[in-house]
Design a protein around this ligand. Structure first.
Ligand code: NAP
Length: 274
């Protein structure tokens, strides 16, 4: 498994298993399958209500804690400082862990103006060693700039919607300049998406002896992104990690980049679900 270096000196496995919309009752089993398949990085969140299942799978696996990379995220209603720390304590309890590898602010919610103070709570949690790395999710350039200006620190990662047709080139460029890793969510177009049916992908997939999903996931790796596909069946979970034995050349990368699709999730400037 390839690892990428974060700006705090720690590394993150470039591919992880995402558990958004994984039923809490099935999470332990699916995460166990992912761990058996070789995943060492799991992406959950307070909002997914399945941290407990992730923790159960980790506890029952024979894999040592330091070989695993576990991410969770501060859910929107927990951004006020009086809730942020308590909600993190609950996350650790559900995960049955002493620390997470990465803790993210899930959405900026600029209309509530709480994310700078929430970030200071994440800094405290990191200083206590209970989150080894801290970062954000769904932050635009202006949200990141405000964090730099008001706290003087730079998040390790920004996890954002990113897939062919919505490649976030400008934001990725900003990340590169500031040494922030880009992590792609909905990397293969999300649940119910039609991205994988794009006509450009099948001929390329056939020529490589891979599936359209594998081609798209490989595209993310070669862009330098961390990528966290979700799947609900063993076969797909195994397929999605089997992407380290081939490469896309420049023209093939351009073919994938030319796939047309739009944003599928909410716009971070206006998303205020809490
Ligand atoms: N930070 C955020 O705000 C945010 C938002 C969304 C997601 N995320 C994270 O990103 C992760 C991935 O995003 P996502 O779940 O929205 O979408 P995704 O990984 O792009 O797509 C998941 C969909 O693709 C299907 N799929 C998986 N592997 C496949 C394959 N090999 N061939 C064909 N179809 C395949 C899945 O079907 P089945 O499940 O039926 O197998 C599911 O319908 C999430 O689990 C979560 O960890 C973060």
């Amino acid at each position: 498994m390839e690892e990428l270096l974060m700006n705090d000196g720690r590394s993150i496995p470039q591919l992880g298993y995402g558990v958004f919309q994984v039923d809490p009752a099935e999470t332990e089993e699916l995460v166990s399958i992912a761990l058996e398949a070789g995943y060492r990085h799991i992406d959950t969140a307070q909002a997914y209500r399945n941290e407990q299942g992730v923790g159960d799978a980790v506890r029952k696996s024979a894999i040592s804690r330091d070989a695993l990379f576990i991410t969770t995220k501060l859910w929107n209603p927990n951004q006020p400082v009086d809730r942020a720390m308590a909600s993190f304590d609950e996350s650790l309890e559900k995960l049955q862990l002493d620390y997470v590898d990465l803790f993210l602010i899930h959405w900026p919610q600029p209309m509530f103006d709480e994310y700078v103070d929430a970030w200071k709570v994440l800094e405290k949690i990191q200083s206590e060693g209970r989150a080894k790395s801290i970062g954000v999710s769904n932050f635009n350039v202006d949200h990141l700039q405000r964090l730099f200006d008001e706290t003087g620190t730079v998040p390790a990662i920004n996890q954002i919607e990113l897939h062919p047709g919505f490649d976030q080139a400008e934001l990725r460029d900003f990340h590169r300049k500031h040494n922030i890793l880009t992590e792609s969510w909905s990397p293969i177009g999300g649940t119910g998406g039609s991205l994988l049916d794009s006509p450009e992908l099948m001929p390329l997939a056939q020529s490589k002896g891979k599936s359209p999903a594998q081609i798209v996931l490989r595209w993310h790796l070669q862009l330098g992104c961390v990528v966290i596909p979700k799947a609900s069946k063993r076969e797909r979970i195994e397929q999605n990690i089997d992407i380290f034995d081939f490469e896309l050349d420049e023209e093939e990368m351009r073919t994938v980049s030319a796939v047309r699709s739009d944003r599928t999730g909410p716009d971070p400037r206006t998303f205020d679900m809490r």
